[in-house]
Write a protein that binds this ligand. Structure first.
Ligand SMILES: Cc1cc2nc3c(=O)[nH]c(=O)nc-3n(C[C@H](O)[C@H](O)[C@H](O)COP(=O)(O)OP(=O)(O)OC[C@H]3O[C@@H](n4cnc5c(N)ncnc54)[C@H](O)[C@@H]3O)c2cc1C
Length: 382
């Protein structure tokens, strides 16, 4: 089906990013998968080529175009190149963290941070989850108590994407621990602050190139000048930004499913059994037909959501629908693809195998399927 989402400029951007991925990311993926982290140079090279902060004003070193379709192009190309784990940090930086730095910073903060964020010298992360809480975010306990011109931060976070590489961590803290939602604020914790330590780079089932780490804070003095927006408004800011975060995950989910379909189709045409291509068995055709149908259906919804986001109309419920359905679609399509690959589908030299391991966490990324359904259900008035 012809997609109507993109214009010529997006196609040119896609060609250029595809070349970048082939030259600067794909040759290193195997090593990064072993090392559990991508080289920081991946970010600075992406920044130098204009692939970070496409929506940041040019005066701060960005591309100056607020159009989420560029973010979607990046996500799709990473998935089709089999570089989902290697690229996750970059899409988190662009799609999820930069909006906070754009919408909640004053001029002094913009000047301090945005140029480095766009050049890739300052890598970003967002830290909400704690060892004791994930879904129930308002019950988090990392505290930030005011002392003169500083906050004194104590607590810990876990599962933080870019946790090892990050220079600037958007950290959800309780500035009023006696309150739940109303006690939350967002502070930027910076690499090198005294008392800010990184824990383990966590061992995961998939997404091995992606550093996912624990962070520990012991009496970290964070200047008030590092607060994003107003004190006590952190929960509202998180909710406001979650629609884009969830759409970013949904777009990656459909792109991953499409990549799996393409790999499987190619394999099913080549691989022979009983004297014929395995794709010609009726069961294989039905499986491939189901995969292709679901990918098209998911794509149509995601494309509509992207337009709605660009127009400022995407609701939290629509983003939640896209997120849970497209990531579970990703799981179904990749699982069927693995089956059609036979034993080779379990070998990591085949991209479908790595995609299988990478996919499972997407159901929980940016909150779980169950929480998405809670949000949608509440929107339905039940
Ligand atoms: C690879 C990876 C990267 C991540 N990156 C980040 C990151 O960069 N920053 C960050 O802050 N976090 C990150 N996370 C954390 C992620 O957002 C959480 O894992 C997720 O929100 C779920 O929280 P939890 O793991 O504490 O599960 P829990 O909240 O303990 O949930 C456990 C189960 O209970 C269910 N459940 C909980 N509440 C309800 C309810 N009300 N109704 C029905 N079911 C419910 C959940 O759906 C789930 O099935 C990452 C996680 C992973 C695995």
């Amino acid at each position: 089906m012809r997609r109507e989402l993109f214009d010529d400029e997006h196609d040119l951007f896609r060609a250029s990013f595809r070349q970048f991925v082939g030259k600067e990311l794909v040759p290193h993926v195997e090593r990064w998968e072993q090392e559990g982290v991508v080289d920081r140079e991946a970010f600075t090279k992406a920044g130098a080529s204009g692939f970070l902060g496409t929506d940041v004003p040019e005066g701060y070193g960005g591309g100056g175009v607020a159009d989420f379709r560029y973010n979607v192009v990046i996500s799709e190309e990473l998935q089709s190149a089999g570089a989902a784990g290697a690229g996750l940090g970059m899409t988190l930086h662009n799609d999820i963290c930069i909006p906070y730095f754009l919408s909640l910073t004053n001029v002094e903060q913009k000047e301090r941070w945005l140029p480095g964020i766009c050049s890739g010298e300052l890598i970003t992360a967002i830290a909400m989850t704690e060892p004791g809480i994930g879904s129930d975010l308002a019950s988090m306990s990392t505290s930030a108590l005011r002392d003169g011109d500083d906050y004194v931060v104590n607590g810990s976070k876990t599962f933080i994407t870019n946790g090892i590489n990050a220079d600037l961590v958007i950290t959800a803290v309780k500035t009023d621990p006696s309150q739940k939602h109303r006690g939350m604020s967002l502070l930027i914790l910076e690499r090198g602050m005294h008392g800010f330590e990184r824990g383990r780079n966590l061992e995961k089932v998939g997404m091995h190139s992606q550093d996912t780490a624990e962070l520990f804070f012991t009496d970290v003095r964070v200047p008030v000048a590092n607060r994003l927006g107003d004190e006590g408004e952190g929960f509202g800011y998180l909710v406001r930004n979650l629609a884009q975060e969830r759409l970013s995950i949904a777009a990656a989910g459909v792109a991953a499913a499409r990549a799996a379909l393409d790999w499987t189709l190619e394999y099913a045409k080549e691989r022979q059994a009983f004297g014929q291509p395995i794709g010609s068995f009726q069961n294989s055709r039905f499986e491939l037909a189901t995969m292709a149908t679901e990918v098209e259906v998911g794509q149509a919804f995601v494309d509509r959501c992207v337009r709605a986001l660009n127009d400022g109309e995407l609701t939290v419920e629509e983003a939640a629908m896209a997120k849970w359905w497209c990531t579970e679609l990703q799981g179904r399509v990749i699982d069927a693809g693995v089956q059609l690959h036979g034993g080779y589908g379990y070998m990591t030299e085949y991209p479908i195998a790595r995609a299988y391991a990478d996919a499972r966490f997407m159901w929980n990324d940016g909150a779980t399927t169950e929480i998405m359904k809670e949000i949608i259900g509440r929107g339905l008035g039940v």
